[in-house]
Design a protein around this ligand. Sequence first.
Ligand SMILES: Nc1ncnc2c1ncn2[C@@H]1O[C@H](COP(=O)(O)OP(=O)(O)OP(=O)(O)O)[C@@H](O)[C@H]1O
Length: 249
Amino acid sequence: MAEPVLSIRELRKNFGALKATDNVSLDLRPGEIHALIGPNGAGKTTLIHQISGAIRPDSGAIEFLGEDVGALGMAARARKGLGRSFQISSLASEFSALRNVMLAVQAAQGSSFRFFKPVMHDTSLTEPALAVLERVGLAQRARLPAAELSHGERRKLEIAIALALGPKAFLFDEPMAGMGPEGSKDLTGFLDGLRREAPILLVEHDMDAVFALADRISVLVYGRIIATGTVDEIRRDPEVRRAYLGEHA
Ligand SMILES: Nc1ncnc2c1ncn2[C@@H]1O[C@H](COP(=O)(O)OP(=O)(O)OP(=O)(O)O)[C@@H](O)[C@H]1O
């Protein structure tokens, strides 16, 4: 079997007496969507934050593309290709959708300042940024300030920014949240194709999306992974049904 792109070993994170991450090991293989599900407060976001570098685990290891990235900060991990979808609050909401994606393209190109051309006329930035916006279906909305986009469009913009950074793995934390049934269906189709570009670790509460997309599912309860398996294995697992899936299974 191909080497995992991302490999997490025995990760632990306590908040005071709370074991938010309790000895978690999982991996992300090339081409797969690995969904991470579990009840509210199970520790899914905390885990994603540790992988992206936003918070530091108490112990354990995180290997990305064969390299231990545990000592690296969030920006250094992103530069290595660990792409997370940014919360819209971290975007410049007065900037246009296009400008926001251009900033990511610029970061991916490794240059932060250009003195010779006004940035909005720099085709080495506008063209790739427009291509990414086209892919997520936002090309027609490119010139609008991010603040004027609908909720669903903003989620797509977050994904566009992750894409523009040319990631080798995606970390998505509830991309379907607030999308509505049509939007979720749309995004499900998009994520389905995206796995060919880079594998996806997907935190998601929308079980229709998870069952449609996931190659494997890990179930997190009270900071612990209680099961990892295919959709069928997880749906049949009695402990998972008891702890989480219930009527969804
Ligand atoms: N910075 C923090 N300080 C203290 N406790 C925290 C902190 N961040 C998260 N927690 C707690 O850690 C636990 C896990 O939270 P987390 O947000 O990771 O869960 P989650 O599975 O993502 O939940 P949800 O599905 O509701 O988003 C919760 O009990 C939460 O209250």
